[in-house]
Each structure stands twice: as C-alpha cells, then as structure tokens.
Design a protein around this ligand. Sequence first.
Ligand SMILES: *Cc1c(COP(=O)(O)O)cnc(C)c1O
Length: 510
Amino acid sequence: MLLGVRILKYTSTRSKIEPITSAKAILQGLSNDGGLFVPEEIPKMSLEEIKNLLPLEYEQRAVATLRKFLTDFTETELTECAQVAYDWFDDASKVPMSILVHDIKNPTAQVGVLELWHGPTSAFKDMALQMLPQLMTKAMKKVSEKHNILILTATSGDTGKAALAGFADVPQIKIMVFYPDGGVSKIQRLQMVTQTGKNVKVVAVRGNFDDTQTGVKKIFSNENIRAELEKKNVKLSSANSINWGRLAPQIVYYFSGYADFVKNNVIKLGEEVNIAVPTGNFGNILAAYYAKRMGLPVKKIICASNINHVLTDFFKTGVYNRNLTFHKTISPSMDILISSNLERLLYHETGGDFQRVNQFMQELSKTGKYKIDSALKQKLNNIFYATYATEEETLSLIKEVFGNYKYLVDTHTAVALSAVGKYRRETKDLTPILVASTASPFKFTNAVLNALGENVADVDDLKQLNKLNALTDKPIPKNLASLANAEILHTEICNCEDMPAEVLNFAGAK
Ligand SMILES: *Cc1c(COP(=O)(O)O)cnc(C)c1O
C-alpha cells in the first residue's frame, strides 16, 4: 500500500531535472548538477493532524511526519525504519523535553529544551544518522539496487562516530571513516576506534582534517577508482548532512516538541511558538523551516551562531561572505563558514528560482560571497532572527542555567539559549520557545567544567567525565562511560596518498 495518492517527487536547487522519487534522492545524495534535492512542493500538516500526534510515541510521530515527504515508502516500511532507528536511545521518550522558565519574573516565558542527544553517540546527529541507513536499505530494495554500497566519510569528530553507529551491520552497505591522526579529541577517537560491526572500518590519516577531506573528495571524483570498485560490484555513497534522508528525520522533532508543549499545557493547540537552533551547516534549522511551511504554528525561527557568525551577518546585511577569519571555538560542531543547506532555503524562498540559486552558488565558489536583493532579505527576516554568542557569553550561560535551574547544557545548546536571551530582550517577545539541544554536556566536558569554575587543563578526558558527574550529579551517558574499558578494534594509520588503496582493499574484503 502506498501512502499518498500522488507521489511527491524531488528536483534540484540548481537546474531543471527530471524529478525523482525520495528513494532515489536518498540513494543519490547530491544532484548531478551539484545542487541539493528539494521536494517539488512542501506538504501540509493540519492542526487536526498535529492534534493526532499528542498521544503517540516518538516513532509513530516520526511515521506521521515522514509519510508526508517520503510518499514512495509504505507506512509499514517507515514504521520499521523508525523502530530500528530509535530503539537504543537511552530515554523512553526518545526526545525528552525539559521546561525552563527563562525569565524568572515571568512564568509564561517558557523555554522547552528538546534533548536531541539520547542516541548512541550523545549528539543530535544520531536523530538522522540512525534513520538514514534504515531508509537507504529500504530504498535499495525499491530501486532493485544490485550493487553493494560503500559509505565513505571524512570526519573532524562527531559525524564519523554517528555514521558508524548508524551503519554498523546494515546489510549490503559498508562504511569507512577517515579521521585526521591527532586531530580529534581523545573521546571522539575512542568512540570511533572501539566501533564494532562486520562492515565497518576506521582509519587515521597522517594529516589534518582538510587533507583528510580532500583525500575523500578525490576518491569520489576519481573515475579509475570508480571503475575498480564497479568490478567489485561496489558503488560509493556519502552520509553527509545535505542528504535528504538526513534532513527529513529532523523535521519530526519540531512537531513532536510542539505536541509535548500542548500536552504540558504550555500552549493550546494552534498557538504559536518560537524555535531556536544552534546552527552550523543549516540542516537542523532548515528542518524547523520545513515544519513551519508545513503548517506548524511557528512565529520566529532563531538562528544561533558562535563567533563564526557568517549566518548572523547574512540575515542582517543580505550578504553571504565566507571570507571571515575562521575561529576554533568551544562549540566546534558550529565552526563552519559554508552552511550548505542554506541553498535549499534560497530555493524555496525564491519560489524555486534555480537560475538565481545557481548564480548565488557560483559567486560563492568564485568569490566567496554573494548578495541577495532587499525583497528576498525582507522575506527571510520575516521568518528568521539571527544572532551569535561570544565564547564568554556561552560559558556564563552554562553557569547561569546550572545555577538557576540545576540544569546542565553543553556549549552548543548554550549558544542557542544565549540567543534566546538576546532575542527576548531585544523584541520583548516572550512566546514560548522550543530550543534544540544538540549534545550531551558530557561530550564537551572541558568547556562545561571551565564554565562551572573548574580548571581541568591537566585532567585526562575520561577523568573529566567523572569529575563533571561528581560536580553536578548528572549521569554520564552509558556510551561515554563504557569507553574507558572498551576494546580498541581499529588501529590502522595511513598516508593521504594511500587512502585510495585502503578504500579498494576494504571494498573487496569479505
Ligand atoms: C552538527 C551539530 C550542530 C549544527 O547542526 P547543523 O545541522 O549543521 O546546523 C550543532 N550542534 C552539534 C552538537 C552538532 O553536532
């Protein structure tokens, strides 16, 4: 049984292509013209349908939302995907919400913190990277894919582990992760090199992250390697954040959070909320935009950045300029100067004007910047509010929230909460707000301990977990606590020029 009467098809942000099904878009990842796949139209979710979400479990809410976009999947298929994906989350509700009253004097000024980090790697990437392999497996059946797929990823830390955890032991798919030797934190490295699974491989590269990423990109664009892989019946694919199969599962939790707000009597069904998102590649926040376009009552979406504030500048001036000084910050997953998913927003807000989007993207790659006109800027400003937090603001926010509520947040979530404060002070708009909390505080112990006044420069990363636990009485997530005793399974290290050989070797291995 197919869900929709009509199949929703996907087109490219950069040119007119023959539209394809969501299964094909998920398997292909990126359009051949370099553009991103976007739905031909944005489906609607009525208030009645939102009301129906209230009594449902997270997995069922996921099916109800995803079926709008993935119309070539059956309801049974989506249910199976969601059940496998979220099965091993460490909280029964999958995405628990903590409600804080931001302005103590004003009890209506609630902040619902959506904890998106109860998955196997303790960061929000799990919400999508647990789902993507399941969707890919079903999609391969649908298009009768005879090849085996090899997922190839270069990582600077978090994405690698989340992808490994998602793809481990998934049939017909192998996953290989390269990381820069010495370029990831001790905990991040341990998370990856202790990964189990018959189909996984993790290799350190002698070089920095750019070298590693360049190595992977070269493999993707090398015809000879592709031909060699074809002989082994293997196709390459990637799991990066522009894949539609990663974006769609992120739309779900905004509906789920809204439903929980209604259930908790924070709002009545139909009343508006605001949403704040700590933003890097613009994927998570774009999902909030899709939710709003689908009919979720959202007034403003707050785009929170760290001092790599390319997006704040863009929304304020209409100029996207990546030629800023790059800063390494205490919220490293947002240290990004090219927010790839912004392209999808431009496509939708220009009414699908792929020629204009294409021009913007060409200017971006040639000169590092582009400028939108004032009409388009106004449209974006009606939907988004953008601001950023300095490192000091981020640290003091962590301290303040822990002091006031005994609630502990990581650095990325702190950036978003800081933005909420700025927004509310500037606009006096105290509409209840959903905040995307993107990582467990135990993933960033060094900065969090610093925020709480502890100097831990000389303390081993694993010991910092215990220290934070002792100081705050918050539990260490199991996956992190178990790292100290986990067996190291991946010890290989290679030079950049040997990466292709590593790939061919692993692709051919049984
Ligand atoms: C990836 C990530 C982000 C940024 O999300 P985008 O979808 O890239 O904007 C924020 N916080 C954490 C902890 C992340 O891992």
